[in-house]
Structure formats: C-alpha cells, structure tokens
Design a protein around this ligand. Structure first.
Ligand code: ADE
Length: 249
C-alpha cells in the first residue's frame, strides 16, 4: 500500500513510522509511506500556510492554496483522501479493515483551528475522528489510523502476531493472557491454562471474553449475542455464561 501524508510537522512521523511492525513492513516493501511538508507548496514569499478566519473568531485556518497544490503534486485524485477531525465518522476496526484493502491512501493533517472548508468539499473522501476529544493536530490521529490499517494488510503481521483472537475481531473483547511463572508472589495463573486440555482452555477463554465484554462494553455484548451467524457451540457458551457466570455475581 502506498500512503502519502501531507503535514506541517514531518518530523513527528519519522520515529513512530520507522520502528517495530510498521518499520518492518516498510522494509519489506509492504508499505510505501511518503511524507510531504505542506509548507513546501506555499506559493507566497514567506511560505505562509495559514490565515485568520473570515467572519472573525479564534485561531488560524490552513489556507487552500498549499494543500490544493500538495494534493495535485502527489496526484491524489484517484485515491481515498482522509482528513482526521473531531467532526468525522468515528474510527473503528471495521473501518481499519476497509481502508486496508485500498491500494493507496492520502492523509491531510490539519492544525491550528482547522482547514479551509473548500479543501474538504473538493478533495476529502473520508473525514475521520479517532474519538470524542480534541487533539492539537491531525498527526497523532493519522499515526493511529495508519497503525491500525497497516496491521490488517496481509503479510504485515507475522504468523505469531495473528489478529484473529484479539479484541473486536470476533465482536468480543480479548480474554486475559498469562506467561511464566505459574505462581508469582502468591499470584496464580488460572489452573485450566496449565491443564493441557485444549477444549477446556478454549471454552474458558470464550467465557472470559464474554465476561470482560459484558462488564466493560455492554453495547458490544448486546450486539454479539444478537448476531445471526453464531454457531450452536457459541450459543451454548452464551447460555452457560448467563447461567453459571452471571449467577455467581
Ligand atoms: N484532530 C483533533 N482532534 C481529533 C480527533 N479526536 N480525531 C481526529 N482528528 C482530530
């Protein structure tokens, strides 16, 4: 996948997008990430990129000219163009999966009070929020989106880093993990995990997932138990969870 990032702060990206899994994917050629400084496209003498808002009000607004020029220079027309903003559609795992299927993504990082609406109207295909809070700029949201999207591209995660068990993949939150030692300062690993009985382990994990999702995210739990595509075994476990686990509480 090719990813173009238009930003006023290119340095913010260098380390986060060079380390760990994303760094490895770039080295393997699975990700081609290019970072452009919007200021380089400003045509005025002082390379100014922002101006006061028409109608008055606080803050500065990113001007259309340098952003239009940058988008034209990278030939963004045929790709999804993403503008992170608190006004956007809330980002989630499904959107990450959808975006991971694109050949190319272009990101525009806003700063100051916002960007000229004509940039959004003319170019942006996806305005995306990473949550109901306000950040100082679009750089961190872009990194969050790129991280979540990249790991869904085939080959980016190694076999040992599979995502099929993790939170959100099945609609439930993930069960807890333990590693050695089996007892640490009097704290024990649940006995079932040491039993070697894979069927029991799988059932325990599923019940744990149901339980964590029930406690932490009732909205996801309700959605999960209403799913039409659940197997007989999954329905039995939900029943067991209601009968045995919830009774204990
Ligand atoms: N820019 C500022 N806050 C943001 C948010 N919550 N999501 C996406 N972009 C943003």
């Amino acid at each position: 996948m090719r990813i173009d990032i238009l930003t006023l702060f290119p340095d913010m990206f260098h380390v986060p997008l060079s380390e760990s899994i994303i760094g490895r994917a770039r080295k393997k050629g699975l990700l081609d990430i290019r970072i452009f400084n919007i200021r380089d496209f400003a045509e005025n003498k002082h390379k100014r990129v922002d101006d006061y808002p028409y109608g008055g009000g606080a803050g500065m607004i990113l001007m259309p000219q340098p952003v239009f020029a940058a988008l034209e220079a990278v030939d963004a027309k045929s790709s999804r163009i993403i503008y992170p903003s608190p006004k956007g559609k809330i980002f989630n795992q499904q959107l990450a999966i959808d975006l991971s299927k694109e050949e190319r993504l272009v990101f525009i990082c806003g700063h100051y009070e916002g960007i000229d609406q004509r940039i959004i109207d003319h170019w942006v295909t996806d305005e995306i929020s990473i949550g109901d809070y306000v950040l100082t700029g679009g750089e961190l949201p872009v990194m969050v989106i790129i991280d979540a999207v990249s790991r869904m591209i085939p080959g980016v995660l190694g076999q040992e880093e599979s995502y099929t068990d993790e939170s959100f993949y099945s609609g439930l939150l993930e069960y807890p993990h333990y590693t050695r030692p089996s007892e640490y300062n009097g704290l024990n690993v649940p006995a079932v995990l040491l039993s070697g009985n894979h069927q029991n382990i799988e059932e325990w994990r599923k019940i744990q997932s149901l339980s964590i999702t029930y406690r932490m995210r009732k909205d996801l739990f309700e959605k999960y138990i209403r799913r039409q595509d659940l197997s007989k075994e999954e329905r039995k476990l939900i029943e067991k969870f209601f009968k045995e686990y919830l009774k204990e509480k």
